[in-house]
Write a protein that binds this ligand. Structure first.
Ligand SMILES: [Zn+2]
Length: 273
């Protein structure tokens, strides 16, 4: 009698191997699905909890473990924080001027709010004492490039230089890295800019509402900026404001009071993602 071989007449060991192969395929497929789902589901992707690095030797005095040791986990831009929570984020960009900085720090302390600052390297060079105050108060500091250029007009190489130079300035002054978040100056970015920044370890943080405080020189008033902020109040909102005008320092206390009275928490970027 000739031995018949068919798909259903396979030896036990082959069956076992086939079973293991199928299970392995399922596990790999599930893993790939999880990775894709995690990366692409929402712009406000979740970020791993801050990693506290062991501090040793001579570095102990100057290097503080911070959220900033984390590398970017996605090159997808953040526009909103977690929309399922009744909380909002105020971000303060520092480039040319610092007029509102001390007042902002006072108001953040008064309301027990952790703020989020995007600073340029030039700001750090000009106002090192303010940068130290921001850090000492426990706020978060991220990268706003060194010289505030239009990044869509910058080469990949220059984008890298801009981000690394700011990072070095911040390390020089307070011993921490601004990774993993950066904000493109003027909001000027495209897919190429995001990819180039991601290669450097950064994820872009845009905003859901530009408060337009920077239009102070064109005549916008504190009342108009306040109205703009409050009319765009929504869970997960990320507000863009600036250190270099006087409107922010003048209105922020009242703005925080109103937002808190509506049951919202004001939190930092990493608290809100
Ligand atoms: Zn800016």
């Amino acid at each position: 009698m000739t031995k018949q071989k068919s798909f259903f007449h396979i030896s036990h060991s082959t069956e076992t191997r086939l079973g293991i192969f199928i299970i392995a395929l399922l596990v790999i497929s599930w893993g790939v699905y999880k990775i894709e789902h995690t990366v692409s589901s929402t712009p406000a992707i979740s970020v791993p909890a801050p990693i506290a690095l062991p501090i040793t030797g001579t570095q102990a005095a100057s290097v503080v473990p911070a959220v900033s040791v984390i590398q970017a986990v996605s090159q997808k831009e953040i526009v909103y924080a977690d929309k399922t929570k009744k909380q909002v984020v105020f971000t303060f960009d520092g480039g040319a001027g610092a007029q509102s900085t001390e007042e902002i720090l006072r108001i953040l302390a008064k309301h027990h709010v952790k703020g989020t600052f995007f600073l340029t390297g030039k700001f750090i060079e000009t106002y090192p004492a303010l940068v130290k105050s921001i850090r000492q108060a426990g706020h978060e500091i991220f990268n706003h490039t060194y010289s505030h250029p239009y990044l869509t007009k910058s080469s990949d190489e220059n984008i890298g230089i801009e981000l690394r130079t700011m990072e070095q300035r911040l390390k020089d002054v307070i011993g921490i890295s601004p990774k993993p978040y950066f904000r493109p100056p003027y909001g000027d970015r495209d897919a190429r800019v995001l990819a180039a920044a991601f290669k450097e370890g950064y994820q872009s943080v845009y905003w859901s509402t530009d408060a337009l405080d920077w239009k102070e020189t064109s005549g916008i008033t504190g009342a108009e900026v306040t109205k703009r902020i409050l009319s765009n109040l929504t869970p997960g909102a990320i507000y863009l404001m600036h250190l270099g005008d006087t409107i922010t320092g003048a209105i922020l206390d009242d703005v925080f009071t109103v937002i808190e009275s509506k049951g919202y928490a004001i939190v930092s970027l990493t608290e809100a993602l």
